[in-house]
Write a protein that binds this ligand. Structure first.
Ligand code: ZN
Length: 620
């Protein structure tokens, strides 16, 4: 086993990696002030962004939950990889060859890295198998659904051979162990050893948001196959079905740009949509659309999603209706508007494209209705609206849906919509909705979901010193702003000015703790120094340091921020000079004017005045 990665390599890889690129693959970031970007925090659930990234400092910080760190700590926390894996992964991205302390040069192969590698190897194997004579049935399956070789290639679709060990043998010969293949969910354990999980099936590789293959979805092809129609990778350390969205790797960029996502039901629907030009289509993998999927999507859509839209396509059959109702229950967690689009004659996107072409698939989006309306119609559908009993029953069934709308403008609007649908008096409908709302809010208080939303984790956070808790005195404000500027732009200032500004104790104890840590990082010209400085601060002050590094420094642009920081640093020095001057003026009263001591004090006073004047002149 290879040893530790050489420290200089760790730093080099970090310096060459833009943290915004890495975080941006998982979280939609937008510019927020000078040298800063913002997005929804991936570490806690929130609706407005408090997750800040500073590419120049190589640093991120969440003002909501306090998570902060560099690109390595982001990967270890976000993807649950080890520190070594994080470094190896980033080195791999930029083609950098790492060196290991004990002379070893081979990367340390740890669990997750091997799972990704095994899945990638399996995807390549399945893809190659699609060309074999045995795979004729799979090619026909795809062809009948309108997918030629090019389409299959674009999505990496493959074929899993019927035998029990073809994939197993191929991956064993590439050096993967049975344990690794088992952990990757590629083989199952039988009485006489392991055997291929996917056999005689069309196979879709499922990738995470960064494009790494994490598992597979596979469809039955043979009549004698007694297995389920669709079979997926089981839960593994990299494949979590509650979070996985098929097509997200391809759709991510457009989802983030258009603030729109189209949720379809199957792999072939995703393919059909993308090929028809709806490049924001995704699907869940063998599970209903749930709240974890929303969390993943919200992160990709960004906080602008209030302007965005989520369009669900559901089969109008019973299963589709159930899926719609389930999605509606969760849809409140989107900031975006939610819609339902139903194809003509209930055709799903794949069949629609097959029978009516690409334009019809794009046209599907024009049939979309707000999800509330769709759900209202579902609720009403079973009642005979010609009878009084039917109308009252429909009202009782539909009122809770309208009651759940928290939007003050939407609710009265849908009261009117419902009244029109039922042919009832608006006032009667409004009363029933209110009644239903009172019942719902009592339920909410007891539901564990209600307490879960945006609150940051409490406990230790209570004792954390934060920016908001600092006093608004002139001294604390100067100390705060100067530290903020130096942490963010200090490497662009004259180092001697920074050293002078930080040489005197601050008056606020928490800010002074940050100052000491920053002062020790005297080599402020080195990239990433600020993150290291924060790392040296002890709690409960570390989060204050992190906030200072991440906060919006008020300035129009980079140059103005540097100038303003220099000014703040000078004011700190001037404050120190003034303090000393006051001490000297006190001391001079107590000593004879003609004494040596008196002369020394007068000399020092003149020096102080000269220094002060020079600083004031520099400040302009
Ligand atoms: Zn957070």
């Amino acid at each position: 086993m290879a040893g530790r990665i050489r420290q200089s390599d760790v730093e080099e890889v970090k310096a060459r990696t833009n943290i915004a690129d890495i975080i941006g693959e998982r979280v939609a970031l937008k510019n927020a002030g000078v040298g800063a970007m913002k997005g929804l925090c991936p570490f806690h659930d929130e609706r407005s962004p408090s997750f800040n990234v500073r590419p120049q400092a190589g640093f991120y910080h969440c003002f909501g939950c306090g998570e902060s760190g560099d690109v390595y700590s982001f990967l270890t926390r976000m993807d649950h990889v080890s520190f070594t894996e994080a470094v190896e992964r980033l080195a791999g991205r930029i083609g950098y060859t790492l060196h290991y302390e004990d002379g070893g040069a081979a990367p340390e192969h740890t669990g997750r890295t091997r799972l990704y590698a095994a899945n990638t190897a399996a995807a390549q194997f399945f893809r190659a198998q699609l060309q074999t004579p045995e795979a004729e049935i799979a090619r026909r399956f795809l062809g009948e659904r309108g997918f030629d070789a090019g389409a299959a290639g674009h999505f990496g679709v493959g074929y899993a051979p019927k035998g029990w060990s073809a994939m197993h043998d191929a991956l064993r010969s590439q050096g993967f162990t049975d344990e690794e293949l088992t952990n990757a969910g590629l083989v199952s354990q039988g009485q006489r050893g392991v055997y291929d999980r996917f056999r005689g099936r069309v196979v879709w590789p499922i990738r995470d948001v960064t494009g790494q293959v994490i598992g597979f979805g596979a469809r039955r092809l043979f009549d004698d196959d007694k297995g389920p129609k669709y079979l997926n990778t089981p839960e593994t350390t990299v494949y979590k079905k509650a979070q996985v969205l098929y097509g997200l790797d391809l759709a991510k960029r457009d989802i983030s740009r258009d603030h729109r996502v189209v949720v379809v039901e199957g792999y072939t629907d995703v393919m059909a949509c993308h090929l028809a030009g709806i490049t924001t289509a995704i699907a869940t993998c063998g599970t209903a659309f749930g709240s974890d999927h929303i969390t993943v999507l919200r992160r990709v859509m960004g906080d602008d999603s209030t302007a965005g839209e989520v369009v669900f396509t559901f089969d109008p059959d019973a299963a589709g209706q159930k899926a719609a109702l389930r999605a509606f229950a969760d849809a409140k967690r989107f900031n975006a508007q939610t819609y339902v689009a139903t194809g003509p004659e209930g055709l799903d996107p794949c069949d629609l494209r097959l029978r009516r072409g690409d334009a019809a698939v794009r046209g599907l989006m024009e049939t979309k209705v707000p999800m509330v309306e769709f759900v209202l119609d579902q609720r009403i559908a079973g009642f005979d609206l010609a009878s009084v009993e039917g109308r009252v029953g429909a009202l009782r069934a539909a009122a809770p849906v309208v009651a759940e709308l928290r939007d003050a403008l939407l609710q009265p609007e849908y009261v009117r919509v419902l009244a029109r649908r039922l042919g009832m008096d608006t006032e009667d409908v409004r009363r029933e909705v209110e009644r239903a709302g009172r019942g719902a809010s009592r339920r909410d208080e007891r539901s564990p979901d209600a307490a879960r939303d945006p609150e940051p984790p409490s406990g230790e956070t209570l004792t954390r010193v934060t920016l908001a808790s600092l006093p608004r005195t002139a001294d604390a404000t100067l100390e705060r702003d100067a530290l903020m500027g130096i942490l963010q732009f200090g490497h662009r200032l004259d180092p001697s000015l920074v050293t002078r500004a930080l040489s005197l104790p601050f008056r606020h104890p928490a800010l002074d703790a940050v100052r000491r840590a920053v002062e020790e990082s005297s080599d402020a010209q080195r990239p990433g120094w600020a993150v290291d400085a924060i790392g040296r601060i002890r709690e409960p002050y570390r989060s204050l340091g992190a906030e200072l590094l991440a906060a919006d420094f008020p300035a129009l642009d980079d140059a103005a921020a540097v100038a303003s920081t220099a000014d703040l640093a000078r004011r700190l020095v001037i404050r120190g000079l003034d303090t000393e001057k006051n001490e000297m003026l006190g001391a001079i009263q107590r000593v004879p004017a003609a004494s040596d001591e008196g002369r020394a004090i007068r000399l020092r006073l003149r020096e102080l005045d000269a220094q002060r004047q020079q600083l004031v002149a520099e400040a302009g």
